[in-house]
Design a protein around this ligand. Structure first.
Ligand code: TPP
Ligand code: SF4
Length: 253
């Protein structure tokens, strides 16, 4: 019972690189990457999968995931994924992006890639905050939520209401699949895994853009312990961003 080796008897670990992850204790980013890698392993698509890492806490995804990866400038992951997917159309191309990356500086790239129906998978980690840079307000920050740049709470009369980007992209014809998942408990991690698999299957079947929103947490940016962050996640984040499928059929014909 040392070093986690006991788990290998019952459960084959995903083929992540042998590196210690930098994510803060309790953060859902690591769970997401483990699950993506598990699905890639199970589908046997390691050689035909290419990821695009963003600017944000998942910037080092290429250090953990055992697939080819390309780094993109802040907000440009969908544009970079577009180029890769068009040059290598038989590959499954995915991005991992936080809300600051995808729904602030990268909004235009995201909307237009989805509208063009690029054959890519977008994993959108929404923790309602800029995690990496110290917990500033993001477009997805909840009304009244205190952040390092909104110390009195988000005032929607000045900052607008949270942008529900998954609902917006679901209206675009090029998008074939939009769903919200959360790795906050075992049952939901299983649902997240099903969504990750469906998104990769869509990509291999050239159905268009799949958009998987991961309603996540950020214990450090929220200034909560990992345990308290789970409570806040369940009581505030998930009601604001309800889990489940938003669109299951679509794509340009
Ligand atoms: C053009 C540009 N502007 C700003 C930054 C600084 N920056 C790096 S990460 C980040 C926020 C990332 O937040 P998010 O995308 O929500 O990801 P998280 O860290 O929460 O996963 C910012 C503003 C940058 N690297 N490049
Ligand atoms: S800062 Fe937040 S999002 Fe980034 S690794 Fe830490 S807990 Fe996760």
């Amino acid at each position: 019972m040392r070093d986690g080796h006991e788990y290998e008897v019952a459960w084959k670990k995903p083929d992540l690189k042998p590196k210690q992850m930098h994510y803060c204790p309790g953060c859902g980013h690591g769970t997401l990457e483990k699950i993506i890698q598990e699905v890639i392993d199970e589908m046997g698509i390691q050689e035909k999968t290419i990821g695009v890492a963003p600017v944000g806490c998942s910037v080092f995804a290429y250090d953990y995931m055992n697939v080819d990866m390309q780094e993109a400038a802040h907000g440009r992951a969908c544009a970079v994924a577009t180029g890769i997917s068009r040059v290598l159309p038989d590959h499954a191309v995915f991005t991992i992006q936080g809300d600051g990356d995808l729904a602030a500086i990268g909004t235009a790239e995201t909307i237009h890639a989805c509208n063009r129906g690029e054959n890519i998978v977008i994993f959108f980690y929404n923790n309602a905050i800029y995690g990496m840079t110290g917990g500033q307000m993001a477009p997805t920050t909840l009304p009244g939520q205190i952040t390092s740049s909104s110390p009195y709470g988000r005032d929607v009369t000045k900052a607008g209401a949270p942008i529900k980007i998954a609902n917006i992209v679901s209206l675009l014809d090029g998008v074939c699949y939009v769903t919200r998942v959360a790795p906050n408990n075992l049952a939901n991690v299983k649902k997240m895994k099903q969504a990750v698999r469906k998104a990769f299957e869509n990509s291999l079947n050239k159905k268009g853009t799949s958009f998987v929103e991961i309603v996540g947490n950020c214990p450090s940016g929220w200034k909560l312990t990992p345990v308290d962050s789970y409570k806040w996640w369940e009581e505030n984040m998930i009601p604001a961003y309800p889990l489940g499928d938003i669109k299951t059929e679509g794509g340009l014909k």
